[in-house]
Design a protein. Structure first.
Length: 237
């Protein structure tokens, strides 16, 4: 059975402040979907809604299984891993401890195999195994956050602004690894990203979110070709 992520009539916010106003889109299993939009549009809130971190109304399903209304822990157990903006790594813990925490919903010898798998994607993490996460560079910390999320063996990876604060070279490397993970493991990816060039470079589908509503959807090529997107997000025309 396919594990499409289907979002319908999604409403979410904080207290009385409604941020998302009826968002609807589908990410097909194994696809990369980019969410673009200006500051404050609700992109982070959308990812939080998908991972159960904010209250929602509407429908979110993964392979037909309802996710909406479940706790973040329950959503993680159903295969959705969220790499938040700011990464969420535990600074005093070592790289290895952070990675093992990522597998908290799983146990057993497979966890060691998965650590090896993560080191293949991120050889630098193997070198830094016993170092505190707080001593890593920004790029290494983002890799650690991604590695930790992969320890969950997710079916869906939610990435919030992975390029934030990173040098262009590091960002490109990070996106290359995301693309490899997507291709090798058929992991579905939803990525929120200010760097629209990079995001559209790895995505098949993209949506533009403005003031809590999707105002434009299409293939990455269609979105790239859109006059308004080009002006607002790609910096030309
Ligand atoms: P950015 O690119 O600046 O992170 P965004 O598109 O991710 O923007 P959100 O962070 O989802 O947007 O914010 C959408 C709206 O929700 C904003 O008006 C913001 O002020 C508000 N908001 C975000 N987090 C909270 C919170 N914890 N409590 C109350 N309001 C919040």
């Amino acid at each position: 059975m396919s594990s499409d992520l289907v979002v319908e009539d999604l409403v979410a916010g904080y207290g009385d402040a409604q941020v998302l106003h009826g968002v609807r889109f589908t990410v097909r299993e194994g696809e990369v979907c980019a969410i673009l939009g200006p500051n404050g549009a609700g992109k982070t809130t959308l990812l939080r809604a998908l991972s159960g971190m904010v209250r929602t109304r509407g429908t979110i399903t993964l392979g037909g299984v309802p996710l909406a209304g479940r706790s973040p822990d329950a959503v993680a157990r159903l295969g959705v891993a969220h790499v938040p903006e700011g990464r969420g790594t535990f600074m005093p813990l070592t790289v290895e401890e952070n990675l093992r925490l990522g597998a908290y919903v799983r146990r057993g010898p497979a966890v060691n195999d998965d650590l090896e798998r993560i080191y293949q994607y991120f050889p630098v993490l193997k070198k830094r195994l016993k170092q505190a996460a707080g001593s890593l560079s920004g790029g290494e910390q983002q890799m650690l956050a991604l590695g930790r999320a992969l320890m969950l063996r997710p079916r869906v990876l939610l990435l919030d602004e992975p390029s934030l604060g990173l040098a262009p070279l590091v960002t490109r490397e990070l996106f290359r690894i995301v693309q490899t993970i997507n291709e090798e493991e058929q992991t579905t990816v939803v990525v929120v990203e200010q760097n629209a060039h990079l995001a559209l470079g790895v995505a098949q589908q993209a949506h533009v979110l403005e003031t809590g509503r999707i105002v434009l959807s299409g293939t990455a090529e269609e979105i790239r070709a859109d006059e308004q997107v080009a002006q607002s997000y790609l910096g030309y025309r």
